[in-house]
Write a protein that binds this ligand. Structure first.
Ligand SMILES: *Cc1c(COP(=O)(O)O)cnc(C)c1O
Length: 338
């Protein structure tokens, strides 16, 4: 079977033989009883790496963010979030519909941040007319863009001054670490809580970990049970994730290099408006949606998958190598030279 080169997302990675082997060897128990040694080991390990007291393995990034929001905020509380952030836009309105939590979106700046003055402007006074501003939720990376630690420190400081808790949707925070050559802890420890996806660039098949203070994680366990996220012999998943932490973090740099190579190569094609690749994502705009659809069809016939449209997102990951990048560039050049 010919290899399919899949640029749609870094969630498409498949567990390697070595990762499957680690999963097969996993010691397991019933994690709802707290008895799964592999889950317990992973949770402590990642929490420590993130500079937090405790961690909780959950089914997905969406579930992790939902549980964080449900634990931080009660009914009638408000969280401040980017209008285009995943937690607000792509999680089916879970916080509002399941938790009665009021979202207060603010526009996202071109660098992926929320301006501090925009945040400050929507924080409500303590007054019965308003929802209670309770939490600031940021995202790093956002559309592949890295938020600097200087920015994060300022945003957290502002939140604290106003008595808000802070949550980081760090679905791809390891990409931010590798891009800046910083430890995970240096980015995540200052937040009250952080959610980390393991099924994206890290290449594990399933799972996210929510990290925070021990009492927070204890409370989060109840919400995880309520939303149906109490898993049993989840050590099989935890072992795959632990393998990913040991083997697949530093190699994210290759993904970033591949995204840069794509940027350089595609920039030579006149019909394309190519944005900067900051980490493992590249956005490319075409003249029309129709042209994007035709390009998508053309590439599909040649074993390359993209999310076709007017603005195309290309994501690099551990199942895409240097030759695949060359293939992609070659076929794009061919398509536009016809
Ligand atoms: C992928 C992603 C999530 C979680 O997605 P799941 O598919 O539920 O694991 C959360 N936030 C961001 C920024 C993401 O990219």
């Amino acid at each position: 079977m010919n290899k399919v080169i899949d640029f749609r997302s870094d969630t498409v990675t498949r567990p390697s033989q070595a990762m499957r082997h680690a999963m097969m060897q996993a010691e397991v128990g019933d994690d709802v009883y707290g008895d799964d040694p592999s889950v317990n080991c992973l949770q402590s390990k990642l929490a420590e790496m993130a500079g937090h007291e405790a961690g909780l393995l959950v089914a997905s990034g969406t579930q992790s963010n939902l549980i964080a929001l449900l634990t931080h905020c009660g009914r009638g509380d408000e969280y401040i979030v980017g209008q285009q952030y995943h937690t607000y836009l792509y999680e089916s309105g879970g916080a509002a519909s399941l938790g009665g939590i009021v979202p207060q979106p603010v526009p996202v700046e071109s660098d992926g941040s929320l301006s501090l003055s925009a945040i400050e402007a929507v924080i409500k006074p303590k007054d019965i007319h308003y929802a209670c501003s309770t939490l600031l939720s940021l995202e790093n990376t956002h559309l592949g863009k890295v938020l600097s630690n200087g920015y994060l420190a300022g945003a957290i400081e502002l939140a604290r001054q106003h008595g808000l808790k802070t949550h980081l949707d760090g679905a791809r925070v390891f990409n931010a670490c590798v891009a800046q050559k910083l430890s995970l802890e240096s980015i995540t420890a200052q937040f009250d809580t952080v959610s980390i996806c393991c099924s994206k660039g890290l290449g594990a098949p399933i799972g996210s970990v929510l990290c925070g203070p021990r009492d927070f994680i204890e409370a989060a366990k109840r919400w995880r049970k309520m939303v149906g996220g109490g898993m049993r012999q989840a050590g099989i998943l935890a072992a795959g994730i632990e393998y990913a932490l040991d083997h697949n973090v530093l190699r994210l740099e290759e993904d970033h290099d591949h995204a840069s190579s794509l940027q350089i190569g595609l920039s030579k094609i006149q019909e394309l408006r190519v944005e900067n690749a900051h980490t493992n994502m590249l956005y490319v705009e075409l003249e029309s949606r129709e042209m994007g659809i035709r390009l998508g069809e053309y590439l599909k016939q040649r074993g390359i998958l993209i999310s076709a449209g007017k603005r195309i997102r290309l994501v690099t990951h551990l199942d895409i190598n240097h030759t695949d990048i060359e293939q992609m560039l070659h076929h794009c050049e061919q398509f536009f030279s016809n």
